[in-house]
Design a protein around this ligand. Structure first.
Ligand code: NAD
Length: 715
């Protein structure tokens, strides 16, 4: 039976083992009655000497129920706040029991799970990789509202608590012990409950041990309270630094700092109430709704295989061929070998292939130097990569990924030449970034088994892979590419074929709008700063330089040949600016000696002065809000068009793909989710204004009208 199992031993210690309905213990509707009933029983228990709280699940306790949290609105905020206070009151009862209470942490204790453990007087954890401890709330736009912020400050002090509360760091038990979050670790699971019980027995008569620090007279917060000169001096700086980091777009870190400071100023109970209020405010915020929706629910959907054909059995990749040991190929070889897959890395010469393998060697060496990997392990990863110029080495690959130059004829030619080396039912993947998969597959005698596997640069760091279905791509090929992506521990999104797929096409609008603003006379520094102010990692002109104007010109030449140059809208302004930059001034981008910016040897950069002369017109000044919306809305509109035309197969793929692949701002929850909390009607109206002022590229896609008419959101 699910619930809290209650078992008293001969010494009078009650072990409460949490085993709630469902896969994890969580703060849902079942939780509070269970906890309160258990405490009732403990309070009435005769001869009680102490309590051990543990879990029957593989995790200790999972924390707040996000389904409940995401229902908070301004209308029900007061009731929500009361609910938080009620939960806190139950946790308070636990820590006020007149006997020692120990948490035996057998698995992850994150967020609400850690708050539950902090309501025990003593915390022992199993020192195992599966046991993570921390407060990840901030990554969902929230704060730990069950006492986590206040208690975190009491236990660690403001400085040490920051990495947990504001950065959302999850740590291993040993580190949590060093930080003061837990008291002790044991090396095996078998020792856990005996150790917790032993502590209870040792401290039966020790009143101090069963009094929480925040209930102890004269307790001093580590590092001092808000009046301590070092803290008082640091506060304004910390607030300013945070503002710089969040760019004012993320309320959660700022609220956490607020609560933390209050915890050092006012009494414990008042601080707890302030924490509940701020938590309620955050739970109602659009940012938290966006982040919970996308980073939790949609991410789980994607990682759970929602975009993968369910009826195809798991496809394990054992031997992958990587064609082209250039920038992308060498990264693909590295991540594959890291996942234990045998890799054949082929280039046109042995020397070029060796150079590609040397890249892995360099990355592995760094890991060893940093103590993140043992030398033997690094050697065994490296030994999985065979650099070669010999086709025969590809024999028996169950997956071949080509990452040769971006050229249709070359790609057709190597497909025809090498697909025969694939194992039976082997799959051919292309890492093209701009060429339509269906057309590339025409070079294959087996287009069913041809699929796009689009990586992002740098491959070892970027978490996303965009899988592209050609017209004829089979479900088995999709399952193979999907499972391979999971094997190399990346997140797959699946999209249908179209020029630029989803990510490049949508990202392209950001670059295009940046260049249009430049051409209209807006100051380039203003354009890039406002791109960042929206939450994009880099301004459009700076990122254009990184991608390189050269590459954009080449891609355009290819599209021109294919007759699809302006398929997604008028690209003539960007073409003209790029032609001027490269043709007249030789400015092809960062790796071509500079582009919109000049790059100094010391790594700094500044706007290329001639750019101002060429384009800047002070009288063309636009309001910041116009520039910001233009840069963001272009991308949102393009993502919606991708959804409308079936390039995107799910909303989740669009949201996750936009954040992980093109750096869409986290606060939006992804380019499609943005519309849900911005408000569909408001979005239609704003698009109308922008379209009237700047052109029909801002016209709202029909799919938004359809959703509005149906009274639905994008889900
Ligand atoms: P690159 O120029 O760095 O590397 C290409 C490699 O392919 C070179 O080492 C070259 O010698 C090799 N090559 C050429 N012909 C070959 C052949 N017949 N057999 C074996 N090897 C051959 O290029 P890159 O940046 O790694 O891009 C490779 C592919 O990945 C392109 O299709 C590109 O569009 C795509 N891509 C690039 C990026 C990026 O950010 N650079 C991102 C996603 C996808």
């Amino acid at each position: 039976m699910s619930g809290f199992n209650y078992e008293k031993d001969a010494n009078g210690i009650v072990t409460v083992t949490m085993d709630m309905a469902g896969p994890v213990n969580a703060m849902n509707d079942e939780f509070l009655p269970l906890l309160n009933n258990t405490i009732d029983a403990l309070e009435a228990e005769e001869g009680l000497t102490g309590v051990v709280l543990t879990s029957a699940k593989s995790t200790f306790f999972a924390g707040g129920d996000l389904n409940v949290l995401s229902q908070a609105t301004l209308e029900n905020a007061e009731a929500f706040f009361e609910g938080v206070q009620t939960t806190k009151a139950a946790l308070r009862r636990l820590e006020k029991l007149p006997v020692p209470v120990a948490a035996a942490i057998n698995g992850a204790a994150l967020g609400g799970g850690l708050e539950l453990a902090l309501s025990c007087h003593y915390r022992v954890a199993w020192d195992d990789r599966s046991v993570q401890i921390g407060f990840p709330e901030v990554t969902l736009g929230l704060l730990p509202g069950g006492g986590g912020v206040v208690k975190g400050i009491y236990l660690m002090g403001l400085m040490a608590a920051q990495e947990y509360l504001i950065e959302g760091k999850r740590v291993a038990p040993a580190k949590a012990q060093a930080s003061g979050l837990i008291h002790e670790t044991v090396s095996s699971l078998d020792e856990l409950i005996p150790r917790a019980k032993a502590w209870v027995l040792e401290n039966q008569d020790n009143e101090a041990a069963r009094t929480q620090p925040w209930d102890t007279d004269g307790y001093k917060i580590p590092g001092g309270n808000a009046n301590h000169p070092a803290i008082a001096q640091m506060l304004p700086v910390a607030a300013a630094m945070m503002r710089q980091k969040t760019r004012g777009l993320m309320p959660a870190p700022e609220r956490i700092l607020d609560v933390a400071v209050e915890a050092m100023r006012v009494d414990f109970e008042t601080a707890m109430r302030i924490e509940s209020r701020q938590f309620t405010t955050l739970a109602c915020s659009p940012q938290a709704k966006n982040m919970i929706n996308t980073f939790f629910f949609q991410m789980n959907k994607i990682n759970g295989g929602a975009s993968r054909p369910a009826d195809v059995p798991p496809q394990v990749t054992k031997k992958v061929g990587v064609l082209g040991a250039g920038m992308m190929g060498q990264g693909i070889a590295y991540v594959s070998a890291m996942a234990g897959i045998e890799v054949v890395l082929k280039d046109i010469s042995q020397e070029a292939a060796d150079k590609g393998k040397a890249y892995s060697e360099k990355l592995l060496q760094k890991r060893v130097e940093k103590g993140r990997m043992a030398e033997e392990k690094a050697q065994s990863v490296l030994s999985l990569i065979k650099p070669t110029a010999n086709n025969d080495d590809l024999a028996g690959c169950d997956l071949i990924i080509e990452a040769v130059f971006e050229n249709m004829t070359l790609k057709h030619q190597i497909t025809a030449e090498l697909e025969g080396y694939l194992a039976e039912d082997g799959v051919w993947g292309s890492n093209t970034s701009t060429l339509p998969i269906t057309q590339l597959a025409e070079g294959s005698s087996n287009p069913d088994n041809f699929i796009g596997i689009h990586f992002f640069s740098p491959v070892d760091k970027m978490p996303l892979v965009e899988i592209i279905m050609g017209e004829k791509t089979s479900d088995v090929a999709l399952a193979k590419a999907f499972d391979y992506t999971k094997q190399i521990r990346k997140t797959p999104i699946v999209v249908n074929d179209s020029l630029g797929f989803f990510t490049s096409r949508t990202f392209g609008t950001y670059l295009d709008e940046g260049v249009r603003l430049l051409k209209e006379g807006v100051h380039p520094v203003k354009i890039d700063n406002l791109g960042k102010a929206v939450g994009m990692p880099v301004g459009p002109l700076a990122v254009y330089d990184e991608v390189s104007l050269e590459l954009s010109r080449k891609a355009n030449d290819t599209w021109k040949e294919l007759g699809v140059e302006d398929k997604w809208g008028d690209g003539s302004i960007a073409r003209e600016v790029v032609a001027t930059m490269i043709g007249d001034y030789g400015r092809g981008g960062r790796h071509h000696g500079g582009g919109f910016y000049e790059y100094a040897d010391d790594g700094s950069k500044a706007i290329w002065p001639k750019l101002l002369e060429l384009y800047y017109r002070p009288e063309a000044d636009l309001a910041d809000s116009e520039v910001k919306d233009r840069l963001l809305f272009r991308q949102v509109i393009e993502a919606l068009k991708c959804l409308q035309t079936g390039v995107l197969r799910t909303v989740a793929d669009g949201n996750i793909g936009s954040i992980m692949g093109i750096g869409a701002p986290a606060w939006t929850g992804g380019l499609i989710q943005f519309v849900n909390t911005y408000g569909l009607q408001r979005f239609v109206d704003r698009c109308g204004e922008l379209a009237e002022r700047y052109g029909d590229r801002f016209e709202v896609p029909q799919i938004v009208h359809d959703k509005l008419a149906a009274g639905a959101l994008f889900e």
